[in-house]
Ligand binder design. Structure first.
Ligand SMILES: [Zn+2]
Length: 107
């Protein structure tokens, strides 16, 4: 079974495996069905573009590509460490995420 994506758009994450291991970035897109995310500056693919019109020299386009969410860990904005994310329910019924390292609420 696929693991649920724990991170949200806008979260800071750290890559924990693969060629970008140790890099940090912000989550740009979450694709829950595929279990994938796109992270700013991570898993960059380089595309060579052809000149489209006269005088245009073409060039190299660098773009983030989707990667498995299991390859990253949430980077806590409170304690600054990679951490697992838990969920708790407040007295008023609201659900919030919290950092399992420092126990601070994230949302
Ligand atoms: Zn924390």
């Amino acid at each position: 079974m696929m693991k649920k994506v724990q991170v949200k758009k806008g979260d800071q994450v750290m890559v924990i495996s693969g060629k970008d291991k140790g890099k940090k970035g912000k989550v740009l897109v979450v694709m829950p069905k595929q279990g994938k995310i796109i992270v700013e500056g991570i898993n960059i693919a380089t595309k060579h573009t052809k000149p489209r019109k006269q005088g245009d020299t073409g060039g190299i386009l660098k773009q983030e590509t989707p990667m498995y969410a299991s390859k990253v860990m949430y980077l806590c904005s409170k304690c600054g460490k990679p951490a697992r994310v838990g969920k708790r329910v407040l007295e008023n019924g609201d659900k919030v995420r919290f950092c399992k390292k420092c126990n601070e609420e994230i949302d």
